[in-house]
Write a protein that binds this ligand. Structure first.
Ligand code: CDP
Length: 237
């Protein structure tokens, strides 16, 4: 597979075309951003850790019948995946209240939610990723039909149903996470982007320690050590 020109550079990844029009390569960067790009840094090794963690989690989800864009990990920082049209909706799944949920609604931080909450945010940095309801999604033509929104919610819950018990067994609470979806060349909706401590919150079940990007957001330090621990628990080390 030949890596061709840069198609797009995002905050955490670069996307490259390949000699196959249906496949692209993501390069996972060491860059870190938070608060809509206002806080910036870089941590050597972070990109490779996220590539490895995402690879394992995409394989797990595929094995559980959830279609993803994952094809293979090429090397430490590169993943080969299906080219899609990204749906500009960030699907947020929450098991425990924290972050913007506690800030916006005053729900106590750490409260276990009575049921899994699925929310939609508009993937638009200029607007600051505002919350969307179904009608907003249809008015903005982010999807074609209500059915597709129902499908995003259904798939997000399926992902949670696989990942939450999987991480619990490894001593981690899956607090919340963000998913992105896209449409492949046949129009099928598949899971895309990455699944890593950059877009999931993991709390150690015993100590309550944060093992995710909140270490950077909150200036706690030890980010790559925590990400490496997440990877090691996934690999059963
Ligand atoms: O970070 P903040 O508290 O503002 O956002 P949140 O809405 O509480 O985030 C919920 C979950 O989605 C967390 O696991 C975030 O890491 C993730 N997220 C993300 O990956 N990208 C975004 N643009 C927003 C949230």
């Amino acid at each position: 597979m030949e890596k061709r020109e840069l198609l797009y550079e995002g905050k955490a990844k670069r996307l490259f075309l390949t000699d196959d029009e249906n496949l692209v390569i993501s390069e996972f960067k060491d860059d870190l951003t938070a608060f809509n790009g206002e806080k910036k840094s870089s941590e050597a090794g972070k990109g490779a850790l996220n590539n490895k963690i995402s690879t394992e989690l995409f394989k797990l989800l595929e094995a559980n019948g959830i279609p993803t864009h994952f094809v293979k990990m090429i090397d430490d920082n590169h993943m080969l995946h299906t080219k899609v049209d990204v749906i500009l909706i960030e699907v947020i799944v929450r098991n425990i209240a924290t972050g913007s949920l506690t800030r916006n609604l005053g729900i106590e931080d750490g409260k276990v939610l009575p049921f899994t909450l699925v929310e939609f945010d508009y993937k638009d940095d200029d607007l600051g990723d505002p919350k969307l309801n179904d009608q907003h999604c249809l008015i903005l033509e982010l999807v074609e039909h209500q059915d597709e929104l129902d499908k995003l919610r259904r798939m997000a819950r399926q992902v949670n149903d696989v990942l939450k018990p999987y991480f619990a067994e490894k001593g981690l609470n899956l607090v919340d996470f963000k998913l992105e979806f896209g449409k492949d060349s046949s129009g099928n909706i598949i899971l895309v982007d990455e699944i890593s401590p950059d877009n999931c919150r993991f709390w150690d079940i015993e100590s309550g320690e944060k093992m995710d990007k909140d270490r950077f957001r909150q200036g706690l330090g030890g980010l790559t050590v925590a990400y490496e621990q997440v990877l090691n628990r996934i690999l059963g080390k």
